[in-house]
Write a protein that binds this ligand. Structure first.
Ligand SMILES: Nc1ncnc2c1ncn2[C@@H]1O[C@H](COP(=O)(O)OP(=O)(O)O)[C@@H](O)[C@H]1O
Ligand SMILES: [Mg+2]
Length: 315
């Protein structure tokens, strides 16, 4: 191989360093991965570069964190995060009251200020070895009105033009500063006071870019290849509004997977299921996603809600 890339941060960094030393191009580089796979080092990077991100402190254990509360140095509410190996909300614990302290995460962690979130957004940036960059239109995560779950992602977002521009500029600045080659997905919070904060970044194709296959001129996957192969980057223009729904294993079902009503979904215009070929389902296991494109966002959302209602991952 002349060029090596990754699709998950949790890989053997020493092996990548060995490949780099032997003259292979590794994108993203081992040094970028080292910063990103540790949420503590990520936060230190934002702080050092003066990027807006919530205030934080690092701890070696939950005992050390509790000690800091007793000493008056850490104030509830806060968000505790494991420094490594968290994903999909595993490794994140929101402490709103003292009773939440009972379920603190073990191991090396950080605590950061709880942001009063108005909207959760993400911008994916592609950057090639020459430093040429392109950003995709911002995506918004919509939470279920009662259950505290991401219901779907949609694009375009409901940000104002100014907010969208600020979010894109910030994402581009982060990608440039960290010198990513490939994709950088930048998750951000728009706070109720109007400020934008960086939450975290991922150095690879990302959940918030799944819709780009059907909805953008160039998909995030093609962009990743263009970027790491040092080719000109394609257009990120949104061709049509899109909604993305995650397909999670239905609670109460474990075993060989069945996608109930998937044929019905395929008869709908603009509906594209993507199944991950996992053999067994488990409650809330991410089994795939469905992208819905429409003439307008409202129609796409309506179809997405219908699909959520009828398409069930059972066994
Ligand atoms: N500082 C914060 N304030 C408020 N909510 C937060 C904060 N950090 C994380 N969250 C919530 O927790 C979710 C998961 O956190 P994140 O760090 O993105 O972990 P993961 O690696 O699981 O995606 C976020 O999408 C957001 O809803
Ligand atoms: Mg996240």
């Amino acid at each position: 191989m002349d060029v090596v890339t990754i699709e998950i941060e949790n890989v053997n960094i020493e092996a990548l360093e060995f490949l780099e030393k032997s003259g292979k191009s590794v994108y993203p580089s081992s040094s970028v991965l080292k910063v990103i796979k540790d949420k503590g080092r990520q936060k230190m990077f934002y702080e050092g570069a003066h990027f807006p991100s919530s205030e934080f402190a690092l701890y070696n254990s939950k005992e050390e964190l509790i000690h800091s509360i007793h000493a008056g140095n850490l104030i509830i509410p806060f968000v505790q995060k494991s420094r490594t190996e968290g994903y999909d909300g595993k490794g994140v614990h929101v402490v709103r009251t003292t009773s939440d302290l009972e379920n603190l995460l073990e191991g090396k962690c950080l605590a950061e200020d709880l942001v009063d979130i108005d909207k959760e957004i993400a911008v994916i940036v592609a950057r090639n070895p020459d430093g040429e960059m392109k950003s995709f239109p911002a995506v918004e995560m919509q939470f279920h009105p009662t259950a505290n779950l991401v219901e779907f992602l949609f694009c375009p977002s409901s940000l104002t033009q100014v907010q969208e521009k600020n979010a894109e500029d910030l994402a581009l600045q982060v990608a440039d500063k960290i010198e990513i080659v490939g994709l950088l997905a930048v998750e951000m919070f728009l706070a109720k006071n109007g400020d934008i904060y960086i939450n975290e970044v991922a150095p690879r194709p990302h959940n918030s870019g799944h819709h780009t296959i059907e909805a953008c001129v160039t998909s995030q996957y093609e962009m990743h290849l263009r970027a790491i192969l040092d080719l000109p980057l394609g257009s990120t223009e949104l061709i049509r509004p899109a909604v993305m729904v995650n397909l999670l294993g239905e609670p109460g079902y474990s075993g060989p997977v069945i996608y109930e009503n998937i044929e019905k979904c395929l008869t709908m215009d603009g509906v594209y299921p993507h199944l991950y070929r996992k053999v067994e389902t488990k409650p809330y296991r991410k089994m795939g996603h469905v992208t819905i494109v429409g003439k307008n966002l409202e129609k796409a959302k309506e179809d997405a809600r219908y699909i959520q209602k009828i398409l069930k991952v059972i066994s």
